[in-house]
Structures are given as C-alpha cells and as structure tokens.
Design a protein around this ligand. Structure first.
Ligand SMILES: O=C(O)CCC(=O)C(=O)O
Ligand SMILES: [Fe+2]
Length: 218
C-alpha cells in the first residue's frame, strides 16, 4: 500500500471538487477556512481549557478512547460566540458537508462540538473510525451509507511533533472495517492555524502522540 498525504484545497474551491477528494481519499484539508475566527475562539475558551480536568468519566473503552490526560471541553456552542455565530453554520463548510451527506440522507445534525487539547505524556489515540460510535455501522463496511463526518479545525499550527491527528487516507474504502490498520500506515494531518480537515466517518484516524511541547505564538 502506498501511503498518501491528505490533499489540500484553497479557500473557495467549489463543493464538487472538494467532494471528489473526500470521496476518493476520505479526507481533505480546507486551507484557511476559519482563519478569521480561530484566534477569537481561542480567546473565548482558553481560560476554560486551562481549568478543565483531564480525561473523561465513562466506561473503560470510553476513557481509553478519549485519553486519560487529554482535555475535551464540551458544549462549544454555549461557550464560544465565534463558533456559534460564525463557524457552526459557515456556508462554505456546509456546502461541502451537504455534498457528502445529502446523497443518502434528507438532513443531518451536529452531534458534538468540543475543543480537544492533548497534554504532555498522553499516548497516541488508538486508530478508529468515528462511525464506530454507532457500532452497528461497522458491519456494513465501505458500502454502508454515509452516516457521519467530522471536521477538525486547528486553533494553532498543527505539527507532527505536537500530536497532529494521524489518518490513513483511503481507509474508508477498506473491505473489512474490523481492520483498523496500524500506525506505520498513517500520515500526520499537518495544517496551518485556521485550516480545517473534513473527513468521513469511515476514515481511520486517531490523535497523535506528543513528541514536543510547542509554544503557541499568536
Ligand atoms: O484529537 C484528535 O486528533 C482526534 C480525536 C478523535 O479522533 C476523536 O475524538 O474521535
Ligand atoms: Fe475520531
């Protein structure tokens, strides 16, 4: 298997073109999509993130999934005006999500919006497909309908050393969804601040491992 990188498109790329990449690779990086908003979002949630406890309450699988040290600040709609008023319903983003989801569904809705901050000492998250949140869909494999997608928006430059999300482009088409690949097949979704990665619920990915603490200059 050849390992390929996540492809990037410029702001303003038409939805059909973006959808071509999402269908082919399972992921696409949208350059600069939220460049105007991420600093304000950061400022709105920074003090909350600092106070937030590490890990989550749940069963062992959920704790392992979420990370024992990772902070996940939930309820972003309530906590951030920038997110609520300028990002959540961003027409460009929605035009891309529409293409992916509305082929097989009448509508879609947001399930969760959270800020994730990895902490020093956290190990890499196990590789997973987000549709596994609904285990029944695993059995349908690549031919199953598109039941979810996700978007990771980066609030600071996202590097391999700081644990950028690792993905296996093309893994949304693997025949057997019980096959979750291995870290040697992944690439880091390196991005500039304000970029976003849209990816299918069928795509294998996981949070990376922190190799270095990167001081964020803004
Ligand atoms: O934090 C990341 O890089 C990815 C997190 C993730 O994949 C998830 O929570 O489902
Ligand atoms: Fe995930």
């Amino acid at each position: 298997m050849t390992i390929r990188n996540v492809q990037q498109v410029a702001t303003g790329t038409p939805a059909d073109e973006v959808n071509g990449l999402t269908q082919a690779d399972g992921d696409v990086i949208l350059k600069g999509l939220f460049a105007k908003q991420v600093d304000r979002l950061y400022d709105e949630i920074d003090s909350i993130v600092k106070e937030w406890v590490q890990g989550i309450v749940g069963n062992d699988w959920m704790k392992e999934f979420a990370g024992y040290k990772t902070k996940r600040v939930t309820q972003l709609i309530a906590r951030s005006k920038a997110f609520r008023e300028e990002m959540l319903d961003d027409p460009t983003m929605l035009s891309y999500v529409d293409k992916l989801m509305l082929d097989t569904s009448d509508s879609y809705w947001m399930n969760a919006a959270q800020v994730i901050q990895l902490q020093p000492g956290e190990k890499a998250q196990f590789l997973h497909r987000d549709l596994e949140n609904y285990p029944i869909f695993r059995a349908y494999g690549p031919k199953g309908l598109e039941v979810m997608c996700n978007c990771i928006i980066v609030l600071s430059d996202y590097t391999e050393e700081m644990g950028a999300t690792r993905v296996i482009p093309g893994s949304h088409k693997w025949e057997d969804f019980e096959n979750r690949g291995d870290p040697s097949q992944t690439v880091a979704a390196v991005m500039e601040k304000g970029n976003a990665m849209l990816f299918a619920g069928k795509l294998l990915h996981g949070a990376g491992e922190i190799e270095a603490i990167v001081l964020v200059a803004r």
